[in-house]
Design a protein around this ligand. Structure first.
Ligand code: SF4
Length: 220
């Protein structure tokens, strides 16, 4: 049986955002659950897939009815939104209502990503590192293969993409970042944003590791 939009476990809904899809005014739905455990994850409360959602899909529908002509679209974010099979139906419905569909994904589920891409207008793809450094950041051995398969799927689809990399200084050095930038550029991707890791919302032990590095740096 096909999963419906009503089955989505939505942890939060931001009714209006200017920063989740560059150049667009959107509502952003944060979907519960992610299989990875990134060092710097700034919303660990979203990771457990057993945690029930707080926002019913009907609330998204009502918002779109009220904001018709005001919003450009809906961004599905997370967590990892492709974890939930109901995403395809939800994206289809948003499109049918005349809104654009944006997707934030780290590419943990390439097959599910391929299934939803026909209903997506823009992807913000979180590509964390070169393959050999993925496990150190995500805590998951299979993460690199999934992420790079997802990158291939997005490129093959022709959907507009912005690749984002949050640099984890506890894992990646400047040479690693430069090599990743070259790898991305060789694929013909020109929209690659390098982001600095933030401690806000991260687990206390990671914040402490970052702070310790800063102290070492300031006394060197
Ligand atoms: S992929 Fe994103 S949501 Fe999942 S653990 Fe990593 S940073 Fe957190």
């Amino acid at each position: 049986m096909t999963a419906t939009a009503e089955s989505l476990q939505i942890a939060g809904l931001v009714p209006m955002s200017t920063c989740d899809w560059p150049g667009r005014l959107v509502a952003t739905a944060f979907l519960q659950g992610c299989p990875w455990q990134c060092t710097y994850c700034h919303n660990p409360a979203l990771l457990d897939s057993r945690t029930p959602g707080l926002v019913p899909w009907g609330a998204v529908r009502e918002l779109l009815d009220r904001r018709s002509g005001l919003l450009d679209g809906v961004v599905f974010s997370g967590g990892e939104p492709t974890r939930q099979a109901g995403l395809v139906d939800a994206a289809r419905e948003v499109r049918e209502r005349g809104f654009g569909v944006g997707l934030h994904t780290a590419g943990a589920f390439p097959s599910r990503l391929r299934a939803v891409l026909p209903f997506v207008d823009w992807v913000g793809l979180d590509l964390k590192a070169s393959p050999e450094q993925y496990a150190a950041i995500t805590g998951t051995g299979a993460a690199a293969a999934a992420a790079y398969a997802s990158l291939e799927a997005v490129l093959a689809s022709g959907v507009a993409v912005q690749v984002r990399t949050t640099v984890d200084p506890t894992v990646q050095g400047p040479d690693d970042v430069a090599q990743l930038q070259e790898r991305i550029a060789r694929l013909g991707i020109h929209d690659h944003v390098i982001q600095t890791v933030r401690t806000l919302g991260t687990r206390p032990e990671y914040a402490e590791r970052l702070a310790a590095r800063a102290c070492v740096g300031s006394t060197a």
